[in-house]
Design a protein around this ligand. Structure first.
Ligand SMILES: [Zn+2]
Length: 245
C-alpha cells in the first residue's frame, strides 16, 4: 500500500532566461541603490532583496522567508563567497557567506572578473558573488543538490545572469595564470567566450588582449580579404596553446 499522506512539496523557484540588456539594466538599478552603503550584513540583506525583486519576482523571500541568512568573514581567504545548507530538525536553512577580503583582491588584480563578468569596484564584485551564490541556493532548493562545475548550474547561471564561469579560488587562479601566461603580440591563443572556445591571434596587449578571430561574417577585413571578429580578452582568460579549456 502506498501511503496517501505525502509531504506537501513546496513549489519550485522558477526563473526565465534574461537578455543581456535586462541583466545590465537590473544591475544598474541595484547598483544605484547600493552604491553609497557600507557593505555590512544588513546591507547584504538589502542587496539580496533587490535581486529577489528584480530577478525572481520576490519568490525567494516568499519561499525561503527567514531560512536564508547572510554572513561576512574576513577569515575566508580562498573563495569570495560560499553557500551552506544547514539542517534544522525538520527543516533546512541556507547561509551565504561573503569574504570581506577577496573582493579587494579581485579589484587589485589584473583580471577584475567575477564569473566571467568584468567588475570595477568592491560592490560590483559583491553583486556578482551574490548572483552566483543565489544560483546555489535555488539549485539546492529545487533539486536537493548543487554543483557549479556541472552543466545544470552553468546553464542556470548563464540564463539568469549571463555568467560564463565560476569564480571559486579566483584570485589564486588569476595570479597563477597571469604569471603562467606570458602573452605576446602575434601569439595564437585560445579563450572562452559565452561558453564557446575560440582561437585567435593577439594583435595588441593592454589590460586586456585584443584578439582577432577568423569568421567569414566578421566585421574586420585584412589585406588578404580574410574576415575577423575582434575580442577583448582578460589576460587571465587566455590559454596560450590551442587546447580546449
Ligand atoms: Zn559555486
Amino acid at each position: 500500500m502506498i501511503p496517501l499522506i505525502m509531504r506537501k512539496r513546496e513549489p519550485m523557484i522558477t526563473y526565465d532566461k534574461k537578455s543581456d540588456s535586462i541583466i545590465r539594466n537590473n544591475r544598474k538599478v541595484i547598483y544605484a541603490k547600493m552604491k553609497d552603503l557600507v557593505l555590512n550584513i544588513e546591507n547584504l540583506e538589502q542587496l539580496y532583496r533587490l535581486y529577489d525583486d528584480l530577478f525572481f519576482n520576490n519568490q525567494l523571500q516568499n519561499q525561503l522567508a527567514k531560512k536564508l541568512s547572510f554572513s561576512l568573514s574576513a577569515r575566508m581567504t580562498k573563495t569570495a563567497g560560499k553557500t551552506m545548507r544547514i539542517r534544522q530538525k525538520n527543516d533546512i536553512a541556507y547561509e551565504i557567506r561573503f569574504s570581506s577580503v577577496i573582493a579587494k583582491d579581485i579589484i587589485a588584480s589584473n583580471n577584475k572578473s567575477v564569473a566571467g563578468v568584468c567588475v570595477s569596484n568592491q560592490l560590483e564584485a559583491f553583486m556578482i558573488v551574490m548572483e552566483h551564490e543565489l544560483c546555489h541556493v535555488i539549485e539546492w532548493y529545487n533539486r536537493n543538490t548543487t554543483n557549479c562545475k556541472q552543466k545544470y548550474f552553468k546553464q542556470m547561471a548563464n540564463d539568469i545572469f549571463g555568467h560564463t564561469s565560476s569564480y571559486h579560488e579566483l584570485t589564486k587562479e588569476t595570479n597563477e595564470r597571469a604569471h603562467a601566461t606570458k602573452v605576446n603580440v602575434g601569439d595564437e591563443i585560445n579563450f572562452q567566450y559565452k561558453g564557446k572556445s575560440h582561437i585567435g591571434t593577439v594583435v595588441n596587449i593592454n589590460k586586456r588582449a585584443t584578439v582577432m578571430v577568423k569568421n567569414i561574417f566578421g566585421r574586420y577585413k585584412d589585406t588578404e580579404k580574410k574576415r575577423y571578429d575582434k575580442y577583448y580578452v582578460p589576460l587571465a582568460h587566455i590559454n596560450k596553446n590551442t587546447e580546449k579549456i
